[in-house]
Design a protein around this ligand. Structure first.
Ligand SMILES: NC(=O)c1ccc[n+]([C@@H]2O[C@H](COP(=O)([O-])OP(=O)(O)OC[C@H]3O[C@@H](n4cnc5c(N)ncnc54)[C@H](OP(=O)(O)O)[C@@H]3O)[C@@H](O)[C@H]2O)c1
Length: 359
């Protein structure tokens, strides 16, 4: 029996070997930071093109004395060295390589959008690419554990959700099978810290451009829209559209989505909080706030939690939902580790229960 076929009971004696492609990026660093504290895994392979040959601690001095591994180029042979491979790469970088990684027996968790959308025709429309492996889109499980835990348990390949979709889908999911809301009226006004755009510098993320200002971008055409609509429509059992307005705000990390939806009937904050708590019963990372409390990025910073606050605007018969996450943790690397834990049959919370950093 090969090492990749080890049961979890056996694996307790041998640490599970982890590869991170794109270890020199922001989500790569978060994976490293969280996984070094995980009791069941060890880092085996880290990749970077720009910094290949250098020690990861030279690239990120915060890892000095904690991780001692050289960065290597992204090459097909890396899968021989690991049992779980995280792809923390820009969209389309590894799209064509998925069959090679999967054939090796590795479990793959892709943080990019390459396999999130089920409809291959959506890729030319939203990502300006023709999908190289449309046949694999069905096999990729959309890795939002609160909605797809059972499929994740048996998956070999996870398409880890985007940060904005995580905050918006979790905000809306409990409502989608009720008759309480008008599904034609969803608007999400969302704000992201600058790390959401990754480490590679660009004009919009330049300090002078991003600091001391709030800027909308991608209005009505952001790439995360089809991902939200796919999941929300599946839950509702019919096509649902979202008006999505993302904003860049001058903070390093954190994300807040304020979601508006019209109510079909009179409801109270208390009734909604009770319903959300029932829907998310047993979910370790969803915190439905008490009536009258609003979610804030402050309270989830550097954590895997998603805080959800509910407020009925009774004058306008509308519900306002606030949903806060850390874009790099529940919006990316923390959620990826949550998926890994589920795939490996480990306690889903392992390595992820640290509360947010405040102040
Ligand atoms: N940032 C977020 O909040 C967030 C949230 C959810 C999902 N995501 C997704 O997660 C993925 C990674 O995002 P990130 O923010 O970590 O990006 P990032 O900071 O820009 O890091 C990208 C990583 O990919 C590597 N890379 C770039 N081009 C490559 C190529 N052609 N071949 C091999 N490696 C290459 C880079 O390595 P070198 O430059 O050192 O070669 C770097 O390690 C993206 O798909 C992103 O959309 C990000």
């Amino acid at each position: 029996m090969g090492q990749k076929a080890l049961t979890i009971k056996q694996a307790h004696f041998t640490m599970i070997k982890i590869g991170i492609a794109g270890a020199s990026g922001y989500t790569g660093l978060e994976l490293i930071r969280l996984l070094v504290q995980h009791p069941d895994v060890e880092l085996a392979v880290l990749t970077s093109e720009t910094f290949q040959g250098q020690n990861i601690a030279e690239v990120f001095p915060s890892l000095n004395g904690v991780v001692d591994l050289k960065l290597q180029p992204l090459d097909d042979s890396i899968v021989k060295e690991c049992e779980v491979l995280f792809l923390a790469l820009p969209h389309t970088t590894a799209m064509a390589k998925l069959p090679v990684y999967l054939q090796s027996g590795c479990k793959v968790i892709d943080l990019s959008a390459d396999y999130r959308l089920k409809d291959p025709k959506a890729y030319p429309d939203w990502y300006s690419v023709t999908h190289t492996h449309p046949e694999l889109l069905k096999q990729a499980v959309y890795g939002l554990p609160e909605l797809h835990r059972e499929s994740i348990q048996s998956a070999r390949f996870i398409a880890n959700p985007g940060c904005y979709p995580t905050s918006v889908i979790l905000a809306l999911a409990p409502l989608l099978k009720t008759e309480w809301v008008d599904l034609n009226s969803i608007i999400s006004d969302s704000k992201s810290g600058v790390s959401g755009a990754g480490r590679k510098p660009s004009l919009t993320t330049h300090f002078t451009e991003a600091n001391e200002g709030v800027s909308p971008y991608g209005l009505a055409e952001h790439r995360h829209t089809p991902e939200m609509e796919q999941e929300i429509s599946n839950l509702a059992g019919k096509p649902v559209r979202v008006t999505f307005s993302p904003h860049l705000i001058p903070m390093t990390r954190g994300m807040l989505s304020t979601v508006y939806i019209n109510l079909n009937q009179t409801l109270t904050d208390e009734k909604l909080v009770e319903h959300y708590r029932e829907f998310y019963k047993g979910e370790s990372f969803i915190r439905v706030l008490n009536p009258g409390k609003f979610a804030s990025s402050h309270h989830v910073l550097s954590s895997n939690f998603c805080d959800i606050g509910l407020k009925v605007d009774s004058r306008n018969q509308r519900l306002i939902i606030t949903s806060a996450i850390d874009n790099l943790i529940k919006g990316a690397s923390g959620q990826a580790i949550q998926n890994m834990n589920i795939m490996l049959g480990l306690d889903e919370k392992t390595g992820l229960m640290a509360p947010g950093i405040f102040p």
